[in-house]
Design a protein around this ligand. Structure first.
Ligand SMILES: [Fe+2]
Ligand SMILES: [Fe+2]
Length: 254
């Protein structure tokens, strides 16, 4: 491992050891212990929606920032560098299987899952279902991906892709465990696609983000501090989000 790889590895460890991961595991454990009532599901999905809604556009924003920064250094390489970030958005936008044309986006899959559970777009937009910690992480997502520069954005992105893998495995397992309650036919029910696709694609999203982080750091070694700042900003917000969800939805476990 060279110096840059070592630094990225250290940051990854810091992300994995962050208290947010424990809070997320606690939520996952509770999902396996007891299914969510319809009222609790409304709070869960509406709160996550306020965060998730900013992710695909945010990734587009970061890819554009990388492209524009590289235009100034190596113009013929700029779009290639942007593609490491854009890779994470191909699935979000439903572009992952070109021979099939455009597939449903993650936001559409999310809406379909909610519809199946009896949660309308109106429920998702209803302020009384939205915990403010979800809204806050959504606002940070907007800012860090689009406005705070490449270094902070790359750090934020690494944390987001790292938590996603664990997060969606917890969601998928929790919903699969109580099929009757959530009106799910079997483990392969397409209604679960929103959760299921994320358990497959996240490791590759993260791997490509890390490659770009390495390339960027080799050119700008002084930017590690900002990368770390972005990564921890995400983790802190994610911790608050899952702490709030645990407190509200599983008070007996908190
Ligand atoms: Fe997604
Ligand atoms: Fe992802």
């Amino acid at each position: 491992m060279d110096k840059v790889d070592e630094k990225i590895h250290e940051l990854e460890q810091e992300i994995k050891n962050h208290q947010a991961m424990k809070e997320l595991d606690k939520f996952g454990h509770s999902l396996m212990e007891k299914p969510l009532s319809i009222e609790a599901q409304k709070i869960f999905f509406a709160t996550m929606r306020d965060f998730f809604k900013e992710v695909p556009g945010g990734i587009l924003g970061l890819a554009l920032q990388v492209n524009d920064e590289w235009e100034k250094i190596e113009p013929y390489e700029a779009t290639h560098k942007a593609s490491y970030i854009l890779f994470a958005d191909v699935d979000e936008l439903g572009l992952q299987e070109q021979h099939k044309g455009i597939l449903p986006s993650h936001h559409q899959l999310f809406r379909d899952l909610c519809g199946h559970l009896g949660i309308s777009e109106k429920d998702l937009g209803n302020k009384k279902n939205i915990l403010e910690e979800g809204t806050k992480l959504g606002i940070e997502t907007y800012k860090y991906y689009r406005e705070k520069g490449v270094a902070k954005g790359l750090g934020f992105h690494l944390s987001s892709e790292t938590t996603s893998n664990k997060e969606f495995n917890h969601f998928l397992n929790g919903f699969k465990k109580y099929k009757q309650h959530y009106k799910i036919k079997d483990d392969k029910d397409p209604v679960l696609d929103f959760f299921a696709v994320h358990t497959i694609v996240e490791p590759l999203h993260k791997a490509n983000g890390k490659i770009m982080m390495g390339i960027y750091l080799k050119k700008n070694p002084q930017k590690m501090k900002e990368i770390r700042e972005g990564a921890l900003e995400f983790m802190d917000g994610f911790y608050e989000l899952f702490k709030a969800l645990n407190n509200r939805l599983y008070p007996e476990a908190s």
